[in-house]
Design a protein around this ligand. Structure first.
Ligand code: HEC
Ligand code: HEC
Ligand code: HEC
Ligand code: HEC
Ligand code: HEC
Length: 426
């Protein structure tokens, strides 16, 4: 049934003979279209994009150039393994993070076939996924595109690296440190390795993250909403007013894990799930129940992107715990968009304090002994659909096909059950 179409209208369109008694009271999942952010009051002003920050996030990040000749070979290197020799904790975290996977098979599998045929598009993707000049296969020179002699293939495959966030012209930048003096050039610890670093307050601002997690206002919007606007969503929450930045939730104690929708624990920490049986029903009367998901601790819409879907499921089971198919009802907390990005089908995402309820009223099925209530997370759902469509024309992806197949499998394997309960039918 097409989301958004009221049930009464659908029933009008269906011949009366198809209206089985079991369906008459079947409630529609509450599909809808979350309002554009312009209609919701902000709790804080946009965090300032200082001149320093605007220049820091120039894309691609300009070539680093030659390292100071008096540095050791280790200090001169830009790859994460080199940084990790002295910063092992950050390296171990980052390796597990999605920033490291930002050039995984789903991204690289698409762009390898655009190198040399659509270089401009590759550049656009790498803005966020692998921003260093040393990670680009091709560069624009005047009006033509040429092979990049500085390309480091290994670095390209490693996505958003330490240097992407911390190094410009070999100079290290990092968050300010209490009690650490700076010299007249703004440098701290100038005698240490890599001549110290320049502390910058922007590292602790949401504006640092928003450069990649919010599209530009001039980019395509659907129903008044950009495809990514996490920082703007955050500005509509009380968390922002309380001074809780992206870093405070995603980098607790400076950890470099950036856990999100793929991680069961952080998702569980941001939601409350409640539900229960109201009527046990009989062969003539419906079993009634409901399941409610509330955003209690996510500092933006849950989920913020158009990629994940959070599924709420209610279904009757028999004595062997087999699901009775006809009795299954489900709803989605997600923003589902047509794969060609032309239309928003529904947007049931939740700002903090908002809830989504899946109601249930289905005739008790023969053999039913319980209702199972479940919340599943499908973190990569929109991409799963997208890869399936792409792989129908493998001839368009001579270099990337195998990677796209791997990405499709990954997008199925990443699903997990967030919560489940079994409510016996007396
Ligand atoms: C030879 C060892 C060594 C290497 C290699 C190294 N660093 Fe450092 N780095 C240090 C030391 C020591 C400090 C000072 C730490 C302290 O004061 O606690 C530091 C400080 C920093 C800081 C300042 C943050 C802070 O508050 O402590 C950042 C950011 C940083 N390094 C990033 C990097 C990156 C990125 C790389 C790789 C491109 C790298 N470093 C390579 C040893 C190293
Ligand atoms: C240079 C661009 C860039 C910057 C800056 C950036 N990110 Fe990301 N971030 C990405 C990209 C690209 C991905 C997606 C990686 C992928 O899945 O391929 C991502 C993914 C994530 C995820 C995803 C987790 C998941 O499970 O899907 C979180 C959380 C996150 N970033 C938080 C942050 C925070 C917090 C900051 C600021 C400290 C930040 N990011 C800064 C580009 C960036
Ligand atoms: C403005 C920053 C930005 C740009 C530009 C961008 N992305 Fe992303 N991309 C992200 C972020 C952030 C995520 C994480 C979304 C999530 O976790 O749901 C992501 C996720 C993805 C994913 C799914 C995760 C994965 O690693 O498999 C793919 C595939 C992807 N992007 C491909 C692309 C391609 C191809 C382009 C260019 C046409 C592109 N992106 C341009 C920021 C960006
Ligand atoms: C997405 C951008 C990003 C990437 C990638 C990244 N960092 Fe950081 N890093 C930050 C931010 C932001 C902070 C400040 C966090 C805070 O203070 O809340 C930070 C802090 C640090 C610090 C200061 C120590 C501390 O605990 O405050 C060091 C050292 C550091 N990073 C090293 C690294 C190394 C090494 C890598 C690669 C293995 C890396 N970073 C990758 C954004 C990044
Ligand atoms: C109050 C804590 C909190 C704050 C503040 C916060 N987040 Fe999150 N974030 C979460 C939780 C919890 C999740 C897991 C649930 C989810 O995926 O929405 C999450 C998920 C994510 C994801 C995973 C993808 C998705 O579709 O949800 C990304 C990316 C992300 N956050 C980026 C950011 C950025 C960028 C900021 C700052 C503008 C930020 N977050 C601020 C708590 C927070």
């Amino acid at each position: 049934m097409s989301p958004g179409l009221p049930g009464s209208l659908v029933r009008l369109l269906l011949p009366g003979a198809l209206l089985l008694p079991a369906c008459v009271d079947e409630p529609e999942p509450p599909w809808g279209h979350a309002p554009p952010l312009s209609e919701l009051p902000a709790t804080v002003d946009p965090p300032p994009v200082t001149d320093w920050l605007a220049e820091y996030w120039t894309f691609p990040v300009p070539a680093q150039g030659d390292a100071p000749p008096d540095w050791t070979p280790l200090e001169q290197r830009l790859d994460p393994d080199a940084c990790g020799t002295c910063h092992p904790a950050q390296l171990a975290d980052w390796r597990e993070s999605w920033h490291h996977l930002a050039m995984g098979p789903g991204v690289l599998g698409q762009i390898v076939d655009w190198d040399g045929t659509d270089d401009r598009l590759v550049h656009q993707c790498q803005t966020c996924h692998a921003p260093l000049t040393e990670q680009h296969a091709r560069l624009q020179q005047d009006d033509t595109w040429v092979d990049n002699s500085l390309l480091d293939e290994d670095m390209r495959a490693q996505g958003l690296t330490c240097a992407g966030c911390h190094v410009r012209q070999h100079q290290r930048y990092g968050p300010p440190r209490e009690g650490r003096d700076v010299d007249e050039s703004g440098r701290a610890l100038a005698e240490g390795p890599h001549d110290g670093f320049i502390p910058r307050p922007e590292f602790q601002s949401s504006a640092f993250c928003a450069r990649c997690h919010d599209f530009r206002p001039s980019q395509r919007a659907l129903n008044g909403k950009l495809l990514q606007e996490t920082g703007e969503e955050w500005r509509r929450t009380a968390f922002a007013a309380e001074g809780r930045t992206c870093q405070s939730c995603h980098m607790p104690e400076g950890r470099h894990l950036w856990k999100g929708i793929h991680d069961k624990d952080i998702v569980a920490s941001g939601v409350e799930i409640r539900g229960g049986l109201q009527e046990a029903g009989s062969l003539l009367t419906p079993v009634t129940a409901s399941l409610t998901l509330t955003n209690t601790g996510v500092g933006h819409r849950l989920p913020t992107y158009t990629t994940p879907e959070i599924k709420l499921i209610l279904v009757q089971v028999d004595a062997d715990d087999n699901e009775i198919a006809r009795s299954r009802r489900e709803g989605s907390v997600a923003r589902r968009i047509k794969p060609d990005l032309s239309k928003e089908l529904f947007d049931t995402r939740l700002l903090p304090g908002e809830s989504y309820t899946l109601p249930y009223a289905v005739r008790r099925q023969p053999g039913a002994v319980a209702v199972v209530a479940r919340v599943e997370v499908w973190p990569d759902e929109a991409y799963r659909r997208f890869y399936e469509i792409k792989l129908r024309r493998p001839e368009n992806h001579p270099k990337g096909e195998a990677m796209l197949r791997e990405a499709l499998q990954n997008s199925i394997d990443s699903r997990y059950t967030l919560w489940e309960e079994r409510w016996p039918l007396p």
